[in-house]
Design a protein. Structure first.
Length: 343
């Protein structure tokens, strides 16, 4: 095992994240550094909507199948984010040598891990400014040495710098108007038995952009991005919306339970995310303060600058400072460009 400086690794990952167009590039750079300190055969890096945790985007290699990702999504929603979100342990090991008792819900998953060739899994929550923005799972194959306390000790040093790098992957991209393909909104219908009952061509096209070209004909892989929001609706019985970055811009996944003859099914609509509904997610990723969010809301309503200052009890000079900060954080250069990026 080789010692790796987390800060040096973080700087390298930050540099890659700024230019990366996919999570696969970020994940590969993270694990390239980690491999020297914590050897592993596979990995899964997941980014989350930090407001709802209902949306996700990922990068992976030699990882779980689409069917297993569905199981992970179910356990994430129903069992406290795999025990990572509010756990006093900064790293969680399953199938390893840490000695802690597995939760009962995890035992079927452990059997499925083994069937997929995974003997041990170690999970690291990525928490930035108090918000969980993702998780990194490292995998070792059946027959390999299981993850240990020593591996967990090495991995937890990377939690904060890698969370910052994941945030940088999203927030280093200037806020721009969503530019989906010239197609109608995508729709996916998930049956009560968790099968994909129907999906429009638009849904296949949009969600296919989240996976590698060789996976775009695989239903389990293409629709793996919808499972968290589906299970969130199943758990609460209420509609839910989540927002994720995509190659087309910010995407909204709006999940609704169906009624009548289709009761138990859930319809997920995929369309560009815009307006005030998107603002909380943008604020979390781009670090907009509550006051800056208030300014953006007023601008979205089309209020003139003088009225914004009056309504928010700000001097023109202070409002101007807030607007400059908003432009700097979101990578835009003007009010018009900011509004265009959110509408």
């Amino acid at each position: 095992m080789v010692a790796v400086d987390p800060e040096l690794a973080a700087r390298s990952v930050h540099a890659v994240a700024a230019d990366a167009s996919t999570m696969a590039d970020v994940a590969a750079e993270m694990t390239r550094h980690l491999a020297r300190a914590v050897p592993h055969e596979g990995y899964l890096l997941i980014g989350l909507d930090p407001i709802t945790y209902g949306g996700s985007f990922r990068g992976q290699h030699n990882s779980y199948s689409g069917a297993m990702v569905r199981r992970l999504s179910h356990d994430f929603v129903y069992h406290d984010g795999w025990g990572l979100l509010d756990d006093p342990l900064p790293v969680r090991v399953h199938g390893g040598e840490t000695g802690h008792r597995l939760p009962d819900y995890f035992r079927p998953r452990l059997r499925e891990m083994t069937a997929e060739g995974v003997g041990s899994e170690m999970g690291l929550p990525l928490i930035h400014h108090g918000r969980t923005v993702g998780a990194l799972l490292l995998l070792r194959e059946n027959g390999s040495r299981p993850f240990s306390f020593d591996d967990a000790r090495h991995l937890r040093q990377f939690r904060d710098p890698f969370a910052s790098a994941l945030r940088h992957f999203v927030a280093s991209k200037p806020l721009r108007r969503a530019r989906p393909p010239a197609r109608p909104p995508g729709v996916v219908v998930v049956g009560a038995d968790d099968t994909i009952r129907a999906a429009t061509a638009s849904a296949w096209h949009v969600l296919g952009a989240f996976v590698s070209p060789e996976e775009r004909d695989d239903e389990q892989e293409v629709f793996s991005s919808v499972w968290k929001i589906v299970y969130l609706v199943r758990r609460t019985g209420a509609p839910a919306v989540t927002h994720v970055p995509s190659p087309f811009g910010w995407l909204a996944l709006d999940a609704q339970p169906l009624a009548g003859q289709n009761a138990g099914d859930i319809a997920v609509t995929l369309e560009p995310a815009t307006g005030e509904a998107l603002l909380p997610t943008i604020a979390a990723w781009y670090h907009l303060t509550p006051r800056e969010q208030g300014v953006v809301r007023a601008l979205l309503r089309g209020e003139p600058t003088r009225r914004v200052a009056r309504d928010l009890h700000l001097s023109p000079h202070t409002l101007n400072d807030h607007m400059k900060a908003i432009y700097r954080k979101t990578g835009v250069t003007s009010r018009d460009e900011l509004i265009a990026g959110l509408t």
